[in-house]
Structures are given as structure tokens and as C-alpha cells.
Design a protein around this ligand. Sequence first.
Ligand code: C2E
Ligand code: CA
Ligand code: CA
Length: 391
Amino acid sequence: MLSIRVSAGNVLFKEGDPANCAYLVEEGWIEIYTEQDGRRQSLSLIGTGQLFGEMGVIDGSVRTATAVATENSKLLCISAEQFLSLLDHAEPFHAELLRKLVARFREAQKAWMKGAILPRQESSAMGPGYAMLAGHRDIAHAIDRGEIVPYLQPIVDMVSGRWLGFEALARWQTPDDGVKLPVEFLPLAERTGLVQRIDLCIALRAMTELHPVGGHPCPYLNINFSAWHFKEERLLPAVRDLLEQSHLEPERLRIELTESQMLDNSDQALEIMSELQALGVKLALDDFGTGYSSLSVLHQMPFQILKIDRSLVSGVLVESRQRYVLRNLVALAADLDMEIVTEGVEDEATAIALRSLGCLAGQGYLYGRPMPIEDAIAAWQEQEATAAAKP
Ligand code: C2E
Ligand code: CA
Ligand code: CA
């Protein structure tokens, strides 16, 4: 971006010029006008903090008016390339809103110049903003119809093979398209905030169904909460409500959070975390070992469980450095009184290697994929019955 100074009377662009940049007025005044039958028709005066010349950049058309400095002015030039790249990175809905506003303004301007009152809005393609709104609507309907449900994946004692509890993972059971994975609907729900409703309905259903399931000890339940609950300070009341409605004992509930959720407002995050712990709920740091986690969070935040990401686990058989990192993490977690759960355990050899490093609890395809709640509960009950039958 370039700052330029222009003197009073300087023309910045003329009607018919290509729109190769937009301008932000830093100082001074710019007049925008058209000429009709040799008469100058002033359209607007643009002052400090205002943008002009952006319309042609947004809709790719030539200038439909002339811009001239009415006094010595200072302008920030934003090239069309830069402007469009910012627009490409904007939320599709916001970018489309801008394009539609420009189209409407152009029509209004044309109509006004012809003396008409009601400009006709030409039909146009639906665009990515529409896809986002329609996607949001579909997910909201799916929640209302109870199509978004929790699947449960067991978390296992890797020494005895005994299931200890479950992580609830969202699945969309569509009427005609089979079961959709989170990657197919969560990113959009994250962007629009709808993920909060998903989290709550997954948590309530899983907690309610798991509450009556007994055992020695009873299975615990891990749930995932999006950063939105932190941002909107709804986490604590939401968890209280969930516990009240489901009757699940707080000690059986584990909330999985990622470090990036805590970064925005760590003092506030700390307060919420300690209030959750005062309820008896345990907190797990999810995805540890990905780009979003760092060691500092381990001692700054009072997590009781550390979930080690699959990316750290998968190389454990071949990478000696990875084994070294894991061994030290186990020692660190023990010092900090944290329990470790390793994610993505896919084969026995990895499980053996993890056990030898001191990782005792694991989750992964080796032990069980995420499954419908009824199947998970049936398998749990079978395990308990087998254990009870043993002398
Ligand atoms: P996550 O919390 O890290 O969950 C673990 C993911 O790893 C799950 O993917 C699980 O199916 C998968 N996984 C488990 N064991 C293995 C294994 O041995 N190998 C491999 N390759 N993958 C394994 P899933 O169910 O597709 O969920 C993806 C992510 O979506 C979750 O990652 C979590 O971040 C998010 N998510 C899922 N359900 C919810 C939810 O209800 N609320 C929120 N906010 N996020 C959710
Ligand atoms: Ca998780
Ligand atoms: Ca994880």
C-alpha cells in the first residue's frame, strides 16, 4: 500500500478509466462527479477516513465517475490486486454482501440519472455467500431434526485392555447421504457459531445416555467444546445446565479444550477453568503436540489430562527423537500430576512402544472406532459382565 499526496485540482481517475486501485482518504477532500450534456453533476464529497474508487475494483467495471481533489490531500492507494485478495480471504458471506451492495448502488445511480425511482435488480448467480447460508440452514435443520448425534470412541487402559470411558464425537446421520464426519460440517458450523448448538446437543445426548451406565468404576465421558463458548462466556452456565439435565456425576465428565481456545483471554479462561473444576469436572488439553500447543500452557493452565495428538504418536516406532519427546512428556505430566491419553493408536506395535514409554491410556482404531451410542454401551456392558464373571 502506497501513500500519495495530491494537489487541489488533481484528477485521480476519469469516467471510463480502468479501476486499478481504491483509495482511502488520509487527509483532505475528494469530489466524485459525472458529466451529463457538458454539465458537471456532483455525486459526493469524500473526506478523511472514507474510501472511494472501490466499486470498480469490486465489480471489475471501468470508472463510472471522475474523482478530483478539491484541496491538497493525502491518500492511501490500495491496488486492485490487494483489495481483491483481501476480499477473497473474507468470509464468503461478507464478500458477497459487498458485491451485492455495489451492484445495487450502481443500479440506483443509473436509475437516478435517468430519473427513474425503482431500479430493477438484475438476477445474478447465487455465489459462495449463498452456499454458506444454505449450508448453515441445512446444519441447523439437522440439529432440529436430531440428525447430529454423538458416536462414542473408547478410551482404553493399554495395559489391561479395559475400556475406561469414551470420547463423544459428532456425526451427522443424513436421511439420504449416509453418515457425515465432522470435517464435512464442523468447519462451516465453527465459522457461523452453530457449533455451539452442536456441542450442547452432543454433550446432552451422550451425558444422558451414559448416566445410567454403571461399572467398576463407571465409564467417564469426554466431550469437545468449541472456542465459541469461551468467547461468549457461556461455558460455565452451559456445563451446569448439562449436568443438571443429564444427572451425570460431574466427576465422570471431562471437557476437552485446545490451547488456541485459551489464548485470547487467558485470565478469563483461567477463572472459568477453576470454576469448572470446582464443580468436579475434569479438564483435558486436546491435540497436544500439534502446531497449536506449547509447553507453557502445561504449567500455566490447570489441566488434569493431557491428550497427545496422533501426529506425535504415529512416528513412535521409527523416530527415536519422537520416543525421546514422549518419554519426557510422560515424566513432565507425572510431575504436574496430569494423566496422559495418547490418541491415534492404530496397531499393537505402537501400543507396545507407548506402554514402554509409560503411556498407559490410549484411544485409537486398535481399540475401537467411534460407534453409535447403543453399540458402545452394549460393548461396555459385556466387558463389565465378563469382568464380574471372573473368579
Ligand atoms: P479430536 O477431538 O482430536 O478427535 C479425535 C479424532 O481422531 C476423531 O475424528 C477420531 O475419529 C479420530 N481418530 C480416533 N482414533 C484414530 C486412529 O486410530 N487413527 C486415526 N487416523 N484417527 C483416529 P473425528 O470424529 O472425525 O473428529 C474430528 C475432529 O472434529 C475432532 O478431533 C474434534 O476436534 C472435532 N469434533 C468432533 N466432534 C465434535 C463436537 O461434538 N464438538 C466439537 N466442538 N468438535 C468436535
Ligand atoms: Ca477431542
Ligand atoms: Ca484430539
